[in-house]
Design a protein around this ligand. Structure first.
Ligand code: HXC
Length: 520
């Protein structure tokens, strides 16, 4: 090779590495942030990164931009491996025009998204950007829309994950919002459609950037984000783990995990977790941990709608999506947020062929004017729809209460679950005994009331007991075949794994249609 050609090659690659300059990289590090390239290196298996479009520059000439060209134009894109499995990635570089999105920057992202879709590999985006490149105007907006369009086409075909590692504001938020998972880093990332200044002008509300769109706000209040991490290092480490649970696309199976946890291990610990009284709370997470391989449960949206728990785990090495009502929070009632949280998770699992394991302990839908006005009818229907539409293997364990409409919704036989188990102490009924007695025995209760408080209390106990004996057990449902088997808690793991193995070859289809009309 000619010396001059080699020198130019070296020079240009040095410019690529420098990106926005050492000073801006230093500033980035001082803020506790990694550089875009360091993030890529940490995320991928060493030596696997195949970068493309390092030499791309923007094509803008307005506002003196013709003299300001930086190789790569603020985003690093390419392909690599995580635990030996292929992924496509982009990582926005805040040191180059604040990571802002020019049309060239957008084209780079679109290029790897297109190839990822063809190759059937997940796309991971690391977002750190001041939004639309102001100097480019509508070209930049078009660039965003091209990404949004691809996000939508790729939805349900390849997993898409967004890591927010800096600013993500304005319409830019809608790409992460369409992706399957959004992760945020505490204190250094934020997302909002309109920032604090605009809000102050329009609504006169005063709010800080962090309170409005920081990691905590989106993890606890809005439900926009799925994971919060204390540092970029832990975010990237956990993201690698998330990927390990997922298939590369909707046609491939999820990779099988290795475990020494035996398939027939007795889950006797569950007996100690379940309280004697059906009114006492317990932590559903404990029950899940006791059941799954190596007590390893990767929870999704752990801080949002805590009355339902969702996340990934493995059973005998097979990835499963776990959904569980959480009696330790709002008694495990289904409300608006829990319904939408679980519905989205169920739909993700169904899209990617991940079997669903549902642990049910639900006293019903949360009563209240706010819930009704907020549209619990519409939102609760989403979860019902998601379970009914899902054709992946569905296995259900009723651990305690399964009341009313919530019984139907929570992966019941009637929405076509494949295996439905219940513990001997399960209570499957239209409603709880106390509520049922008030309606069934209104006259008798009135009569007892007229005889004084003691008589009333005695009557209530007697009637409640009668109702409990009739309905508060799983055997009525089992007699009807709605429950396939009443199992002991110690048999939970064993039975679920047997069921999953049997269902490995499950095939089920739904009527042909353009698409259903889930109540959004
Ligand atoms: C061009 C930008 C930019 C942008 C930042 N920069 N945002 N350049 N277009 N959108 C440049 C800055 O000029 C600066 O250049 C460098 O990036 C770092 O920015 P700072 O402001 O110094 O950083 P910081 O103080 O950390 O503040 C970060 C920030 C702020 C909060 C993101 O830069 C900011 O408010 N930027 C504008 C955000 C914005 O309004 N974007 C458009 C939103 S509308 P130098 O040369 O000084 O280093 C939008 C619509 C998308 O995005 C619609 C999609 C449908």
């Amino acid at each position: 090779m000619k010396q001059a050609a080699l020198e130019l090659w070296n020079q240009r690659n040095e410019r690529v590495r420098e990106a926005g300059g050492r000073d801006r990289q230093k500033k980035q590090r001082e803020q506790g942030k990694l550089t875009a390239r360091e993030r890529v290196e940490l995320l991928l298996d060493p030596g696997t990164f195949l970068e493309v479009d390092r030499q791309v520059t923007h094509r803008c000439t307005d506002f003196g931009m013709a003299e300001q060209k930086i190789l790569g134009d603020g985003v690093i894109v390419g392909f690599g491996e995580i635990d030996g499995r292929k992924v496509a990635i982009f990582s926005q570089d805040f040191t180059v025009f604040g990571g802002s999105l020019s049309s060239a920057h957008a084209s780079k992202i679109c290029k790897i998204m297109d190839l990822a879709l063809k190759a059937g590999v997940p796309v991971i985006g690391m977002n750190d950007s001041g939004g639309a490149r102001i100097q480019e105007g509508v070209e930049s907006l078009g660039g965003y829309a091209e990404i949004f369009w691809r996000n939508t086409q790729a939805s349900g075909v390849i997993p898409q994950i967004s890591m927010i590692m800096g600013p993500c504001a304005g319409g830019a938020v809608y790409s992460p919002a369409i992706t399957d998972f959004v992760a945020m880093v505490d204190q250094s990332s934020f997302m909002f459609v309109t920032g604090p200044d605009v809000i102050k002008t329009v609504t006169h509300e005063e709010v800080s950037k962090e309170d409005l769109g920081g990691a905590t706000a989106h993890a606890e209040k809005s439900g926009v984000s799925h994971f919060t991490f204390s540092s970029e290092h832990s975010a990237i480490h956990s993201l690698r783990k998330l990927v390990s649970f997922l298939p590369s696309n909707n046609c491939d199976p999820a990779p099988r995990g290795f475990t020494q946890d035996t398939a027939d291990r007795e889950t006797s610990g569950i007996d100690k977790i379940l309280p004697e009284s059906s009114h006492q709370p317990y932590d559903m997470r404990e029950l899940i941990l006791e059941t799954v391989d190596d007590r390893d449960f990767f929870e999704v949206q752990s801080q949002y709608a805590q009355n339902i728990v969702v996340g990934f785990a493995r059973l005998d090495g097979m990835t499963v999506g776990v959904v569980g009502n959480q009696p330790a929070h709002l008694a495990g009632c289904l409300d608006i947020n829990a319904s939408t949280k679980a519905a989205r998770f169920v739909r993700f699992c169904d899209a990617f062929q991940i079997p669903l394991v549902t642990f049910v302990d639900v006293p019903g839908f949360l009563p209240g004017v706010a819930q009704e006005y907020g549209g619990i009818i519409r939102h609760g229907a989403k979860l019902l729809y998601a379970y009914a539409e899902a054709t992946v293997p569905k296995l259900t364990v009723i651990t305690r209460k399964a009341y009313g409409g919530a019984y139907d919704v929570m992966s019941s036989k009637h929405v076509r679950a494949d295996f439905n188990f219940a513990y001997p102490q399960a209570e499957i009924a239209v409603m709880g005994a106390e509520g049922a007695v008030n309606i069934l025995y209104r006259e008798e209760i009135k009569k007892a009331e007229s005889q004084g408080a003691d008589a009333l209390a005695k009557k209530r106990v007697e009637l409640t007991e009668t109702y409990r004996k009739t309905f508060a057990h799983p055997y009525k449902a089992a007699e009807l075949g709605y429950i396939d088997e009443v199992i002991l808690p110690a048999q939970t793991r064993q039975r679920l794994i047997q069921g999953l193995k049997f269902l490995e070859t499950k095939r089920e289809s739904r009527p042909s249609r353009r698409h259903g009309n889930i109540p959004l």
